[in-house]
Every structure is written in structure tokens, then in C-alpha cells.
Design a protein around this ligand. Structure first.
Ligand code: ADP
Ligand code: ADP
Ligand code: MG
Length: 503
């Protein structure tokens, strides 16, 4: 039924979806803006259409144009994440205008897009929600009243929120006025909807989410949980599965609750229920993302399921190709989001041309990326340039593989967060697996990266190596029987490499 797929997105996720289309032998359609004309997704697709009106037009939010291209090419639309993926009006137009939208129903997207609605629906479906309001609060005064009932600290959150924006933690009444103002203006600017509601702030929480997959015949399965508590400013940067924190009995409960709720609301396609979990393993529904998520690869690596393939199958009316019992979970997987940002300089954006790119390869490594040497990372779009994911028989092995892969990964020309990830992966708390969402912002020593830069032993090692090589050369000149590049020299070089890598 789906004969072609148009991806209404760019970057790594466009590539991710196209790759599955190629496996399924479905022709693909790319859209691109003027600044993206040299992007990988444009080259990879069978057809590509520029959607910029002029050179300065960088917008991918062009529902009319995208629908027109889909109709003209006879393609179904996969929205990826971000952009139009959670835009209910767009999904509804697809439904009405006979274009297959590869995602859930417009109705569900609309309801879940408003967090207070989602909270009501989930509570009715038997899911515990974070204590707080189920309606927006009118002003700071009302917020204070509610806060007294719920108890401080509270979170002021945007009804239409996403991407960690529009939320403010408030610890005492004196802070409400200013926080309310900031929350409201950030929400208005980011989402065109400045409505605010209140949640109790869960102290030292874990962000645990459940991947679900449903079809149009009422079948819903889960694909286990993901731990996404390594966050910067409420945005995920490292994700893993299984969660090192969740106990087996809690896991059983949370997975069951998620599946039951999705059955009740008639959810189909891929989706994610996000939860906050406190230190005693009580969990509360946070929000539902009605789309493919950035961190879906870790789930795919441990279950073998291709979520994009199943989204396409479900959208074309097929039943789910497997039952819950057929899902086999193996080992552990971890994902690092690689951003074009300078971790040594307060994560400042680092746009520019990628001069050198050496991608990690080998066993148990998966790289989802759209970067190549010569590609210009533009300030106009999300700074995430790649997702590096590794698998292992257990968590320790997945982490060792990730460290190896990060060390092999070379990107020159722009700064990336690769050094930051390496530091996190060597942190004791992280290794123990008992970190919560406050870990990076409150407990992780980001300044350490800077200090290391100033006393960089790599430079010293290289200088020492050069001296040594000079010495070898001299020795070789004195006694011609000594091979210039003998085994011992290579061994020595190997040791240097190890020293540099282990730094
Ligand atoms: P959430 O944190 O809300 O669960 P995800 O972690 O799945 O969401 O990230 C989705 C976010 O990714 C979007 O809100 C947006 O900021 C960003 N994004 C959107 N499109 C792209 C893209 N093409 N490439 C990289 N990042 C994107
Ligand atoms: P978004 O739509 O921006 O992804 P979420 O509601 O999913 O917003 O929250 C994103 C992150 O913000 C969570 O993973 C968590 O770190 C933090 N957060 C949100 N609400 C709460 C809360 N009530 N208590 C504690 N932390 C919260
Ligand atoms: Mg979220």
C-alpha cells in the first residue's frame, strides 16, 4: 500500500528512515532547503525537492508544499522527530487529503500534544501521573495557591512543551512571580502557546521511558524501557537500555501499565511514554511522545526490531508482525548524542565545515549520522550531528565498546561533545549506574574538561615521542644493523597510542 516514502525532515533521522526504506525496497523522496542542498539525505533519496522560496529561507515547516510534493510523487509521509512530527493539524490534513501519515492518528497527536490533556487521559487509563494541575493556571497568584496545596518545590511547565523548553523549577514562594513570567514568555516564543500548568517537582528523579508499538487492530506491545537521566538542562544527552536503576518488579509494572494505557486509548504506530521515577521506584507519567524518538536505536539494538519498518507496516494497515512473547531482549545498549558544541566553552554552538571525519567502525558499533567531510554544519538547525550507539552482552561491555568507539571518532573543523561523553563514561557514579537527572547539571564537574585542556598530557606525550624517534634515527645512523622501523619501534608506537587513548 505504501509505494514511496517522503521524509519531512533532515539530518540523521532522514537518513535513518531512508535506510530502512531501502531495505524494504521502497523508493524515497527527500525535501531540502537551500542551505541543505549538499546534505546527505538529498543525495541518498531517489527524488529530492527544494522547499526554499529563496536562499535565505531555511524552514522545513511547510505543510502546504510538503503535502503537494507527497501527492505529486504518490508518497506517504514520515515526519521523523521535531518539525511536523507532533503537529496534529498537519497529520489531520494528511488524513483528509488522502496522504498516508506514518505515525499515530491526528486525534491522539492532538490530545498528547497538550500535556494537561495527556495527564487526564493517562490518569483515566489507570496510569499514575505526577501530582499537580490538570488545567492551566491563569497567573502567578493562582500558581502560588496551587503550590501551597501540592507543596514546594514545583515545576512550572508549558502546556505545549517540548525539547526541555518553557519549564522552571521553583523552590519557594518568593520565586514564583519571576519564574512564571519567564516560563510564560519562553513558552510563548517556543510554542506559540504560553499556557502554563504545575507539577510537583520530583526530587532526584530518574527519567524512565517505555517504547510502545501498536497497530490499527488493538494490538500493543512494549519494547522495554530506556533510562534517559543523563540530561543537560532537561534535555537528554546519553540514553541506555536496560535501565541500571529499575528493579525487575518495577520494570514489570511500568511496562504493563504503559501497554494497558495504550490499548485503552487505541494507540497505534511507535510511541513513547515518559515517566519520572523517584528513589523508591515510584513512577509517574510525564508525557507521551507520539513519534519516533531520538534515542530509539538503543531499543532496536537490544530487541532486533526495526521501528521504522514497523511504523511503515502499521501505517499501511498491516497487523504487528510479532507478539509480545516473541520479543527477545538481549544485552545492553547505550547512545551518545554528538552535538556541534564546544564542551570546553559552556557548550557554545560550533557551526562550520567538517574538515576531517573518521567514523568509528567495527564490532557492536552503530552510527546514525548525516555528517561527512566537507559538510557545513549550519546554525539554522539542531546542533545534533550524530548519534553513536554501542551494544554489549551487558552494561559494562556496552560502555567499554562506547569508549572505544568515541576514541576512534575523529571530527575536525568544528568542536563536538565527544570529549564530554568520554568524561561521563569514566565517571564513577555513571559507571555504578546510580545517576539521576540532576547528575550533569549539579554533580558532574564540567570544568574538569577545561582544566584538562590546559594541562594536556597528549602534547607532552607527542613531544616525548618525537624526541624518541629522533633518538632512534640517530642510533640507526650509527649502527646500520638496527632497522629504522623495526618491531620494537612499532610496539613503542602502539604503547604511545594506548597512552593517548586512555587519557
Ligand atoms: P524529547 O526530549 O521531547 O523526548 P527527543 O529527545 O526525542 O524529544 O528529541 C526531539 C528533539 O530533537 C526535537 O524537539 C528537536 O529539538 C530536535 N530535532 C528536531 N529535528 C531534528 C533533526 N532533524 N535533527 C536533529 N535534531 C532534531
Ligand atoms: P519535554 O516535553 O520538554 O521533553 P518533559 O515533561 O518530558 O518535557 O520533561 C523533560 C525533563 O524535565 C524530564 O526528563 C526531567 O528531567 C525534567 N522534569 C520535567 N518535569 C519534572 C518534574 N515534575 N519533576 C522533576 N523533573 C521534571
Ligand atoms: Mg519529554
Amino acid at each position: 500500500m505504501i509505494k514511496k516514502v517522503l521524509v519531512a525532515n533532515r539530518g540523521e533521522i532522514a537518513m535513518r528512515i531512508f535506510r530502512t526504506c531501502r531495505v524494504m525496497e521502497i523508493p524515497t523522496v527527500a525535501i531540502y532547503t537551500h542551505v541543505d542542498r549538499a546534505a546527505l539525505h538529498v543525495r541518498y533519496a531517489e527524488e529530492a525537492y527544494c522547499i526554499s522560496e529563496d536562499e535565505s529561507d531555511t524552514s522545513y515547516l511547510k505543510p502546504d508544499l510538503i503535502l503537494e510534493i507527497a501527492k505529486k510523487t504518490g508518497a506517504a509521509i514520515h515526519p521523523g522527530y521535531g518539525f511536523l512530527s507532533e503537529n496534529a493539524v498537519f497529520a489531520r490534513r494528511c488524513e483528509e487529503e488522502g496522504v498516508i501519515f506514518i505515525g499515530p492518528s491526528a486525534d491522539i497527536i492532538a490530545k498528547m500534544g497538550i500535556k494537561t490533556e495527556a495527564r487526564k487521559i493517562m490518569q483515566d487509563a489507570g496510569v499514575p501521573i505526577v501530582p499537580g494541575t490538570k488545567e492551566p493556571v491563569a497567573d502567578a497568584e493562582e500558581a502560588k495557591k496551587v503550590a501551597k496545596e501540592v507543596g514546594y518545590p514545583i515545576m512550572l511547565k508549558a502546556l505545549a512543551g517540548g525539547g526541555g523548553k518553557g519549564m522552571r523549577l521553583v523552590r519557594k514562594e518568593e520565586e514564583v512571580d519571576a519564574a512564571f513570567r519567564m516560563s510564560r514568555s519562553e513558552a510563548g516564543n517556543s510554542f506559540g502557546n504560553d499556557a502554563i500548568y504545575i507539577e510537583k517537582y520530583i526530587e532526584n528523579p530518574h527519567h524512565i521511558e517505555v517504547q510502545v508499538l501498536g497497530d490499527k487492530y488493538g494490538n500493543v506491545i512494549h519494547l522495554y524501557e530506556r533510562e534517559c537521566s543523563i540530561q543537560r538542562r532537561n534535555q537528554k544527552v546519553i540514553e541506555e537500555t536496560p535501565s541500571p536503576f529499575v528493579k525487575p518488579e518495577t520494570r514489570k509494572k511500568i511496562l504493563e501499565v504503559a501497554v494497558q494505557a495504550c490499548k485503552k486509548i487505541g494507540y497505534y504506530s511507535a510511541g513513547t511514554l515518559e515517566f519520572m521515577m523517584d528513589k523508591d521506584q515510584h513512577f509517574y507519567f510525564l508525557e507521551m511522545n507520539t513519534r519516533l524518538q531520538v534515542e530509539h536505536p538503543v531499543t532496536e539494538e537490544c530487541t532486533g526490531v526495526d521501528l521504522v519498518r514497523d511504523m511503515i507496516l502499521v501505517a499501511s494497515g498491516s497487523p504487528l508482525p510479532y507478539k509480545q512473547e516473541e520479543i527477545e531482549f538481549r544485552g545492553a545498549a547505550i547512545e551518545c548524542r554528538i552535538y556541534a558544541e564546544d564542551p570546553e566553552n559552556n557548550f557554545m554552538p560550533s557551526p562550520g565545515i567538517i574538515r576531517v571525519r573518521e567514523a568509528p567502525e567495527g564490532r557492536n558499533v552503530r552510527l546514525d549520522s548525516a555528517a561527512y567531510a566537507g559538510f557545513e554544519v549550519s546554525l539554522h538547525y539542531d546542533p545534533m550531528i550524530a548519534k553513536l550507539c554501542t551494544w554489549g552482552r551487558n552494561r559494562e561491555s556496552a560502555i567499554s565498546n562506547m569508549k572505544r568507539a568515541l576514541r576512534e571518532y575523529k571530527i575536525l573543523g568544528i568542536k563536538t561533545t565527544i570529549p564530554f561523553h568520554l568524561r561521563v563514561l569514566q565517571n564513577k557514579t555513571f559507571l555504578k549506574g546510580n545517576y539521576d537527572t540532576t547528575f550533569i547539571d549539579a554533580k558532574f564537574d564540567i570544568e574538569e574538561l577545561k582544566r584538562r585542556k590546559n594541562s594536556d598530557p597528549t602534547v607532552a606525550i607527542i613531544a616525548a615521542a618525537l624526541k624518541h624517534f629522533e633518538g632512534e634515527k640517530e642510533a640507526a645512523a650509527r649502527a646500520t644493523t638496527v632497522p629504522l622501523v623495526g618491531e620494537s619501534l612499532w610496539k613503542y608506537y602502539g604503547k604511545l597510542q594506548m597512552a593517548v587513548n586512555n587519557y
